[in-house]
Design a protein around this ligand. Structure first.
Ligand code: MG
Length: 249
């Protein structure tokens, strides 16, 4: 069931999303050679709690941390830990959210550690841009497939692949709600978008093939071919007066 949100609810959700966005930004600013993913996670958790919010990934299906931190060929769901150290040249995908007064925000971004290869930079830029291509299509009267196709078309035109095994989603009082928002598909298909929907749109893009595999830890998702992967996500609200990106710091 798709839950539509009232203007009052969107107001609260916007606060949850702003906290989520600031926590993400703080991690981005803390990415540097030598820092562990556990230290990055602590920065975000401390900030979210200082705002009276709750890190909503923590304990979600047993996930042990505030942020998913995934390096290089890791796509999503990397578990922060003291032994994983960020190195110069790495790309670091961070996904996190905050729950505030019962409503959830969810966002992600891929950060560069120092100087990265031109190919890695192009991947990051393409993934970020594909998110905005999808958001442009997230408006009243369009369908989910319009978002999906816009992302896929943009990514594949640049020679990359969109991950298919994981998708975007509705978000609200639950971190994951209906509908699913795939990053591949056909325009004109899928459910129609109406005012009051809140969606987490989140392209995951691989330089190589779209196939992924899960590490023995049961969480970390890697590209099957070892190619680099990037991930960007915003929570957006579809309203009759336009689509709002909620996860703005
Ligand atoms: Mg999400």
């Amino acid at each position: 069931m798709i839950v539509l949100k009232t203007a009052r609810e969107l107001g609260i959700m916007k606060q949850a999303c702003a906290i989520s966005a600031r926590a993400l930004k703080l991690i981005g600013e803390a990415v540097e050679p030598g820092v562990s993913t556990a230290e990055l996670d602590r920065v975000a958790e401390a900030y979210i709690r200082s705002e009276g919010a709750v890190p909503n990934f923590k304990d979600y299906n047993g996930f042990p941390a505030t942020a998913c931190i995934s390096i290089n060929d890791q796509v999503i769901h990397g578990i922060p830990n003291k032994k994983t150290i960020i190195n110069q040249g790495d790309i670091v995908s961070v996904d996190l959210g905050a729950m505030f007064e019962g409503y959830n925000g969810d966002n992600a971004a891929t950060y560069a550690c120092g100087d990265i290869s031109p190919e890695a930079q192009r991947l990051i830029d393409t993934t970020r841009e594909s998110l905005y291509e999808g958001i442009k299509k997230a408006c009243v009267g369009n369908r989910i497939g319009d978002i999906s196709e816009a992302v896929q078309r943009y990514v594949e035109a640049r020679g990359y692949s969109v991950v298919r095994d994981y998708v975007g989603h509705g978000v609200g009082t639950s971190l994951h709600e209906a509908p699913e928002v795939p990053n591949y598909g056909v325009s004109g298909r899928g459910i129609r978008l109406v005012a009051g929907m809140t969606l987490a749109i989140e392209p995951m893009v691989n330089i190589g093939k779209h196939n992924v595999k899960v590490m023995p830890d049961g969480w970390t998702v890697l590209t099957a071919d070892g190619s680099l992967s990037a991930h960007f996500e915003h929570t957006v609200a579809i309203t009759s007066s336009g689509t709002q990106i909620m996860t703005i710091a």
